[in-house]
Design a protein around this ligand. Sequence first.
Ligand SMILES: Cc1ncc(COP(=O)(O)O)c(C=O)c1O
Length: 388
Amino acid sequence: MDHIYLDHNATTPLHPQVLNAMMPYLTNQFGNGSSIHFYGRQVRSAIDKAREQVANLIGAQNPSEIVFTSGGTESDNHAIKGVALRQKNLLGNHIITTAVEHSAVLHTCEYLEKHGFEVTYLPVDRHGLISLNQFQETIQENTILTSIMYVNNEIGTIQSMTNICSIAQDRNITVHTDAVQAIGKIPVDVEDLGVNLLSLSAHKFYGPKGVGANYVRRRTRLDNFVHGGAQEQNRRAGTENIAAIVGMGEAAEIATRDLQKNSDGITKLTNRLRNGLKGKIEDICENGHSKYIDPGTLSISFKSVSGEMLLMRLDMEGICASSGSACASGSVEPSHVLAKLGLPPEVAQSTVRFSVGITNTEEQIDETIQKVTEIVAELRSTRNSSWV
Ligand SMILES: Cc1ncc(COP(=O)(O)O)c(C=O)c1O
């Protein structure tokens, strides 16, 4: 069976050009970047090139502002804990984030709360936007950091990052954004935005898993997160994962080059899916913002349908999407994001996230529309869904 992959927000397939770029560093070019001999120098220059490629992708002024990490989760941890620990005794202990962040940010903030920090979790509206007025009012004398995601991974809503940055900067507050779901989908320019710190993850833009980066604007005050050797300009210790870093660099270069083309193509396919489903199925609603949304994310709630059941049936038909719920200890809990949008549990549990990517085709979208339509009709007629 040929599978249809509509879960690009979970991860993306490796671009063939990225694999090619990585291969020498998994074979002949095996040196340690800290060695001063031939083998070391070879990989050092590959890391330098990747750093430039990533800097270029996000408009960083200087490649030295890029710190390679093990992925989005580590980048978020580094940015938030790094600023919190450095600035606590200098400036204060209050952090502002949102209630709909990825767990890499939420759980980091919860951890800091246990260690003497005060955290405000901003609420969002029905489609996931924070209120800028509320953000402004939440700022206190002791606020040191705001960490607000650029694009939400479950519903695709884009926050107004430029406004968030200008409000925060007026009050001398360090700004971090988790841009893991923004990269390769919408333009991201750290100078235009004005952020101090920005997290990226390669596997969300056709690069390898287990590698990411943090943008750290010069003069940003933050502690190191991983201690040890002097790698990454003394900011992140540990022998570099050269092949992965090279892969991330290559993926960054392709994402920079193809941004407009990819975004146009994905928007077209997502609109086809959106309009197809809305045209054929009654009683469905979309959870992402109608205007501020990334090109590929479509979170839809299907009235009187179990999202889990729909996903399982789609999987049997070779269509891979994702649920708006997370299984925890045997029970299906609605996702925190959908709950914070104010969706009643039965609506949250009827939600499926489709995330479109560059390998999808119109034929795949049409087949998905047809299969979803059939399965939803069947589930509704048999009321197979136990909780709706
Ligand atoms: C918004 C967001 N932040 C962080 C992460 C974590 O990234 P990684 O898988 O590279 O640790 C993800 C991954 O799903 C994400 O979607």
